[in-house]
Design a protein around this ligand. Structure first.
Ligand code: BGC
Length: 931
């Protein structure tokens, strides 16, 4: 008997006999969160999104209702008298982004909350354990702290701030709100607060300055205390600090300590000095002179260190400095942290006294060293991605980035050091000036990035694919530093919107990106001006205004956050700005064609680029810029229509859809070539892009697909595409029945291919298909060509977004059993839990294991004709608990799966096998329109 029915009958029997024991729910609440975070501090969202994950031992389980309670104290919550919000029993399956809808919340408010849910038999779980979120400083005038610095400056030097204070009473709780820009480290009573580095995240500081909230209650004591803050340049320039420490004592009284300039008060001064960090620059590196350390500078002292050191210490009182201009905004994305530590795999001595260490792979971060050296010993650390023939580091492709750290020893017994305000993209570290011979245990390599969580795993029977997957994933990881950068090593490191148009999906399959992307969307909107234009990079430092129209990443982010996480917040927030950007494109269109183009399908293999064009010949020769610009103009207009519909504005949705149709007509009028049956130059890029956009009238699809296939055959299974269309070639081949050919492309090892990069020793993706190491646009850590990773997840493992179930409340499981591959496994951690699709060949059959989280429904679509060709543990589909809606489509069998773990056996000798993706009407309906 099915478990829910059993439960129901059990409950009914108990009721009949007047027994009051309730049947236990089939569901358990495995975890709760608020705005993607565990128990966040510093939330500014007036209606944070609450979520919970459910588990069940039984198959086919969903929640049927929930009740959320929110209270201002733990006691009120526990006693069942939530004073802020009680949703009551809300009949709904929703378990992610349930919007808080209670009393308005105020700055600093702590909100304790819990949830219970009802299962399919209407039995409730107990309430979850209480969780908490805390509001940040919601009003600008909550900030009483001033921006402080030191006007004369110590050019190039990091600033050290110190404030000593007495507390008369025991402390109950305390919060430190700190914005130290560029980057800062907060210290209390001699210890670093928190484990973040390179904090806060980079923004356009004239628009938004991120502040960080720390819980510091346990670090303060009745008596003497000292706040220390070290502030480096980061992306800002002259270091500045704004800090506010808000203390609540056990007797309920409160005290606020805030940064302020000296002239505001006579006693109680904030001091500033320079220190051992004598130079810090993101591109150039950090110089640390340990002889200049001021021991105890951040600790209470019997004698005030300010006075005791005399002139040599050079402590000055701080002065108020100009505010950067931006609003103070809570940092809600994951901070940058050291996420992994590696040991050198090898140390060589290419010339006497010059040592080169190998980190084993290309990483973003820095080196930590342990050294014993006489005072004044100067150790130089140079970072690079490749080596010269003589074995020394090759920094040519770093362009003007100096990427050099210098450590000057103080002569202690053992000194340990790592930089604070720089980071490098490197595999090799060259050391000069080391006292004696360095040993591996003198060094650690620290991987540093925004600490977003891992979200997906892909594995297969083909080692090459697995290495490509690792390469893409590591490249994406190395380029998450509060901004999705193009590269981590040279004098650039910008959030390029064109690259992002194809990066988003690969990142979403590999990492949990909700908070990170919400922040970067704000960065992009900050670049928008009156005429609606945005810029090529955000924050804007490189590239042009207006952005190339291929910068569809802007709208796509809003849409993708909705698709992957079911979160409408970002698209609602940015919709007006999205709209203005599309209107800007309209203002640049003539008869529906946008012909301005800066980069287009950027950086294809050399033979397919215009020699001598910008970016050392990176403009595509055969893919017209106006075709790309107009295509993306259509795409973005279409996205607006879809978003408007989700946001409930049908009139706007219709208006945008009509606009999109007009652009579609213009695109076909301008770029379709009836004689050849293709678009533009009929190359891989043009045809795959038109298919992706869904702009090809159905009668023409077979010709376009045939032309795409023949273009790939002409290059012997190699790509001729740049950063954008590389994605569409693979995806469209798979969508139109040629997954085998896409697989052939993905498994090539000669130039140009991902396999070629690996053959040449790459551990992260290159910027160019060519193997180049000279002083130009030759990054070796560039995620823009990495869409092959999302292809693995979507087509080999077959885990795909189902547009009818945002946030993976519904998922499509539709693997392509490509020839030559014996096994593919993917898992994706949705907000509701882990979705797995893993298949392998066994004899003449395919075994497919699928797991579906509670509250999720999967549609499985398999390339067989007859449902009888699929069984689950020996049972025909119709008899399997959790399986429903079995239907035979033209060339596939489809069925629905409730939650649980299943093992299907598919008869691989089925006639339609391997052909099936070719003509799936349902897939065409979902994807044929491209978006
Ligand atoms: C960046 C690329 C970007 C390009 C656009 C380069 O400098 O590194 O990632 O696509 O500029 O022009």
């Amino acid at each position: 008997m099915r478990a829910p029915i059993k439960n129901f009958l059990f409950a009914a029997v108990l009721i009949c006999f007047g027994v009051t024991i309730k049947a236990a729910s089939t569901l358990t609440i495995a975890g709760t969160w608020c705005d993607y975070a565990q128990s966040p501090l510093g939330i500014e969202n007036p209606s944070p999104g609450l979520g919970w994950q459910l588990e069940s031992a039984a198959r086919n389980q969903t929640q049927t209702a929930y009740q959320v309670q929110v209270a201002s104290s733990e006691e009120l919550l526990a006693s069942g008298r939530p004073d802020l919000w009680d949703s009551g029993k809300s009949i709904s399956r929703q378990s992610v982004h349930v919007k808080y809808a209670g009393k308005p919340l105020s700055s600093r408010q702590r909100c304790y909350w819990r949830v219970r849910v009802w299962d399919k038999t209407d039995v409730a779980t107990p309430f979850s354990a209480a969780n908490v979120w805390e509001m940040g400083l919601l009003e600008q005038n909550d900030w009483v702290g001033q921006w402080v610095g030191y006007t004369a400056g110590w050019p190039g030097r990091a600033l050290y701030f110190r404030y000593a204070f007495e507390l008369e009473k025991p402390v109950l709780s305390a919060r430190a709100y700190i914005a130290g820009i560029g980057y800062s480290e907060l210290r209390l009573n001699g210890e670093k607060v928190g484990d973040q580095v390179l904090d806060p995240g980079w923004t356009d500081y004239t628009k938004r300055v991120l502040y960080v909230t720390h819980d510091v209650g346990s670090r303060l004591r009745a008596g003497s205390n000292v706040i220390g803050a070290i502030v480096g340049h980061g992306w800002h320039g002259a270091p500045k600090l704004r800090l506010q420490l808000e203390i609540t004592f056990t007797d309920g009284s409160k005290k606020t300590i805030a940064s302020r300039g000296a002239h505001t008060i006579a006693r109680d001064l904030w001091y500033v000095t320079s220190g051992p960090i004598v130079e810090d620059s993101i591109y150039d590196g950090e110089t640390y002179d340990a002889r200049l350390e001021k021991t105890g500078w951040d600790m209470p002292a019997k004698r005030n260190p300010i006075g005791s050191g005399g002139r040599r210490e050079r402590w000055q009182t701080v002065v108020p400095v100009g505010a950067p201009g931006g609003r103070m905004v809570a940092q809600t994305l994951e901070p940058i942290k050291v996420v992994e530590t590696l040991q050198p795999t090898e140390i060589k001595e290419p010339s006497p006294g010059v040592y080169v260490l190998d980190a084993g792979r290309n990483i973003a971060g820095w080196a930590r060293l342990r050294v014993q050296a006489p005072a004044g010993t100067k150790i130089t650390l140079r970072f690079a991605e490749s080596l010269r023939a003589d074995g020394t580091v090759n920094d040519d492709n770093l362009r003007k980035a100096f990427a050099t750290d210098v450590y000057i020893a103080k002569g202690a017994e053992m000194e340990e050091w790592e930089p604070r305000f720089t980071y490098h993209g490197f595999r090799y570290l060259q050391i000069e000036g080391w006292p004696g011979v360095p040993r591996p245990d003198n060094f650690q390599f620290r991987l540093v990035r925004s600490a977003v969580e891992n979200n997906g795993v892909f594995d297969s029977s083909n080692g090459l694919l697995n290495r490509i997957q690792k390469m893409v994933r590591n490249t994406e990881a190395n380029n998450l530093h509060s901004v999705p950068t193009d590269c981590p090593q040279r004098d650039e490191r910008m959030g390029w919107l064109n690259d992002m148009t194809v990066r988003i999906e690969q990142a979403l399959y590999n990492f949990r990106m909700g908070r990170f992307y919400a922040k970067w969307l704000d960065d992009v909107t900050d670049t928008q001006i009156e005429d609606g234009s945005i810029t090529d990079t955000a924050p804007f430092k490189w590239g042009k205004r207006p952005a190339d129209p291929v910068s569809a990443s802007y709208l796509l982010l809003g849409w993708s956050i909705y698709e992957h996480y079911g979160d409408t917040g970002p698209m609602r927030k940015h919709y007006p700005a999205f709209s203005r950007w599309v209107d800007y494109l309209t203002s640049r269109a003539e008869d529906g064609i946008v012909s301005y183009s800066s980069w287009g399908d950027w950086a294809p293999p050399k033979a397919f680029a215009i020699p001598g064009s910008i970016g050392a010949g990176a403009i595509s020769a055969g893919t017209p810029g106006p075709l790309m610009s107009t295509g993306y103009y259509y795409y973005q207009t279409k996205l607006l229509a879809k978003m408007a519909r989700v946001l409930g504005d049908d009139t706007e949705a219709k208006r945008r859809a009509v606009m999109a149709e007009k652009i579609a007509d213009a695109f076909n009028r301008e770029f379709w070539n009836e004689a050849i049956g293709g678009y533009g130059s009929n190359n891989q890029a043009c045809n795959s892009f038109a298919l992706f956009l869904g702009l090809v009238p159905s009668k023409n699809v077979p010709r376009v697909v045939a032309n795409l296939v023949s273009a790939v055959e002409q290059t012997n299974g190699h790509l001729s595409t740049g950063n954008l269309c590389t994605k569409y070639v693979l995806d469209m081949l798979a969508e139109h029945g040629h997954a085998d050919l896409a697989y052939r492309i993905a498994t090539k090892t000669e130039y140009p291919s991902w396999g070629f990069m690996l053959e040449k020793g790459a551990t992260t993706l290159w910027e160019r298909w060519e193997h180049l190491t000279g002083g130009s646009m030759n990054s070796h850590d560039h995620p823009m060509l990495g869409s092959v990773s999302s292809w693995f997840f979507k087509y080999l493992a077959g885990i795909r977004v189902d547009p009818s179930g945002p946030g993976f409340s519904r998922v499509l499981i539709q693997p392509a059993f490509v020839s030559g591959l014996d096994k593919a496994e993917g898992s994706y951690r949705s907000l509701s839990g882990v979705i797995t699709s893993a298949w392998r060949r066994e004899g003449g059959r395919i075994v497919l294991e699928v797991s579906v989280p509670v509250n999720t429904v999967a549609t499985v679509r398999l390339p067989v004709r007859d449902p009888a060709q699929v069984t689950e543990k020996g049972l025909p589909l119709k008899n399997v608990n959790g399986v429903g809606g079995v239907s035979a489509e033209a060339t596939a069998v489809a069925f629905q799966l409730g939650s649980g773990t299943y093992q299907f056996v598919v008869d691989a000798n089925a006639p339609a096998l391997g052909q099936v993706e070719r003509n799936l009407p349902a897939v065409a309906a979902l994807y044929g329109k491209g978006i």
